[in-house]
Design a protein around this ligand. Structure first.
Ligand code: NQM
Length: 348
């Protein structure tokens, strides 16, 4: 039986299978078929593959040496369905991105610095470039450290992620509908794309407080139906076409903060509750909330410095720098960890 070289990593609050592009078929259809068999999709438990039975653990990162001078590696993200045999490249993932730099060093694509290493990563899904920096004492990746991130037990070495050029990188503009606020099906929304297309709405407009645990929201079938209807309409206004069955846009419902953060969020990917919040999802939500007139702007309690987003398993800090009305850069701290390195054997 033929195996495929693969590294399983936790990247931020996600987990995925990392591959070198050269270790996978070049033909996208053959590659996707192989990945479905590796991850164990379709199956609600993904029992016969590496997937962890949730969207945030059914992910793949494909990394290759750079094809341009302004970056070091190319990173293609693929979201695999759990129950449905789908493979989508329509979104990127800032959480798996947290492991891409270390993976590139481990596979010899990028030389390690003596103390720290900085890797410029082109996000093939969106075309923007992110810079990841992390510790490499003695020229080796060290995953150990003291940084805790909500949603992950224990601590690990911090990975700083800096994003530029994410504004409108999926839909073409930061406010893809052309307005800071729209009404969709009687609900006020702000539609934004600062690296991830997100529809922001108020939790109370959906008859929930916005503080419910993710499991409770996941059991609310009526809510899932309303969110799907909203995102399908909003997707058209955002120029994304028919988004039925697509992982974008995400929806984030906001409420006033109640745990020392700046805003409380419940995010749906696309209709299942996110156990926390995505990285570029969080960047996009904060960008929207900072705009005058945006839905939820009135709920934001941001002082100076990074904006602390409350989510179902804790907080995510996002720093956004504006230059006049343009986003200059966004920064997020994550951690990542190598879980195993070896050969994976796909289901036949
Ligand atoms: O928004 C989940 C995650 C993500 C994506 C999702 C992400 C991002 O938590 O950059 O990280 O939105 O489907 O990994």
């Amino acid at each position: 039986m033929t195996g495929v070289r693969c590294m399983l990593m936790r990247g931020g609050t996600s987990k995925g299978a990392y591959f070198l592009a050269e270790d996978l078929p070049a033909d996208p259809a053959a590659r996707d078929d192989l990945l479905l068999r590796i991850m164990g999709t379709p199956d609600p438990r993904q029992i016969d593959g590496l997937g962890g039975a949730q969207p945030v653990t059914s992910k793949v990162a494909i990394v290759a040496k750079a094809t341009g001078a302004d970056h070091d590696v190319d990173y293609l993200f693929l979201q695999l369905g759990v129950e449905e045999p789908t493979v989508s490249d329509r979104q990127t993932c800032g959480n798996l991105l947290a492991g891409v730099g270390q993976f590139a060093v481990e596979r010899g694509l990028v030389p390690a610095g003596a103390e720290r290493t900085t890797v410029r990563v082109r996000l093939l899904n969106t075309g923007s470039i992110a810079v990841a920096s992390f510790a490499t004492p003695g020229g080796e990746v060290d995953y150990r450290g003291e940084t805790a991130i909500s949603g992950v037990p224990g601590t690990a070495a911090p990975v700083e992620l800096d994003f530029t050029g994410t504004e409108g990188s999926v839909c073409g503009s930061l406010l893809p509908t052309g307005h800071v606020r729209d009404e969709v099906g009687g609900i006020e929304v702000s539609c934004v794309d600062n690296g991830m297309p997100v529809v922001v709405a108020r939790a109370r407009d959906f008859g929930i407080t916005g503080y419910e645990p993710a499991e409770e929201l996941g059991a609310n079938g009526e809510l899932a139906g309303r969110i799907d209807a909203l995102r399908v309409e909003a997707g058209k206004l955002m120029g994304l076409g028919d988004v039925r069955g697509s992982s974008i846009p995400k929806t984030t419902l906001v409420a006033a903060p109640r745990d020392g953060g700046a805003i409380c969020t419940r995010t749906f990917i696309p209709v299942k509750p996110h156990p926390s919040i995505g990285v570029l999802g969080g960047v996009s939500v904060v960008t929207a909330l900072l705009l005058d007139g945006a839905v939820g702007h009135e709920l934001l309690e941001a002082g100076g410095g990074p904006v602390q987003i409350e989510h179902p398993s804790g907080k995510l800090a996002v720093a956004i720098e504006f230059e006049e009305s343009r986003v200059r850069r966004s920064t997020v701290i994550r951690t990542a960890r190598k879980l195993f390195d070896g050969t994976v054997f796909p289901r036949s």
